[in-house]
Design a binder for this molecule. Structure first.
Ligand code: MN3
Length: 215
């Protein structure tokens, strides 16, 4: 079921210590139970006086920010983005390894040459995200893959892109364990990519693209 107001802190699909040793339990706990919760609380506080938006999903809020009253637009952008980006990040990791399959695998080979070339480019671009933000694997509206950075809690949804995978490179995602060494965090994150979920997201994106073109 798509979520709407009042948004809730959904449990992770794995335990806080399941991603050890790649990501430590303390980092996962603070990131989920403190950082994500704070975005959820602030989003709910912002929307509380506006019942007309209480049945809007996260995606709808983020795709139609310009329709919201100006006085809450920035807070919704920041906090709905914070909830969306974090849920997407947490659900994009898994303690059980999987691999790109089917159309996603084909597209990765076509657009990056090989899986290792993709991982190399992704790593390099993640190192170069300036300040706080995310790095994304996205599909455009023809199914072509690209890697794009976003700042703060912006999402690629507003650029008419379909998000497939994101890496949180805010310092709070790695500082407890790696301090300022983002490279170590990225190296440890790569084996946690939940490719089965990325496959599913790409299938869903291709289906949406097909349905849009059929209209
Ligand atoms: Mn974060």
């Amino acid at each position: 079921m798509p979520q709407h107001y009042p948004f809730e802190l959904l449990p992770l699909p794995y335990l806080y210590d399941s991603l050890e040793p790649n990501i430590d339990m303390e980092t996962m706990y603070f990131h989920h139970a403190k950082h994500l919760r704070s975005y959820i609380d602030k989003l709910n506080q912002t929307l509380a006086p506006y019942p007309e938006y209480h049945n809007w999903t996260l995606e709808r809020l983020l795709l139609h920010l310009h329709e919201l009253p100006e006085e809450i637009r920035e807070d919704v952008c920041k906090n709905a983005g914070g909830v969306y980006n974090h849920q997407f990040y947490f659900n994009g990791m898994s303690p059980s390894p999987s691999e790109p399959q089917g159309q996603l695998k084909d597209a990765l080979l076509l657009d990056f040459g090989s899986l290792s070339a993709f991982l190399e480019t992704f790593t390099e671009m993640a190192m170069n995200v300036f300040g706080s933000g995310y790095l994304w694997l996205v599909s455009d509206n023809r199914g072509k893959l690209a890697i794009v950075p976003t700042s703060n809690q912006d999402t690629p949804l507003s650029q008419e892109l379909y998000p497939l995978l994101n890496l949180d490179v805010w310092e709070h995602a790695y500082y407890l364990k790696h301090q300022n060494l983002r490279a170590n965090y990225i190296k440890n994150w790569l084996p946690l990519i939940h490719w089965d979920e990325v496959n599913r997201r790409y299938q869903q994106a291709l289906l949406s693209i097909l349905l849009q073109n059929a209209v």
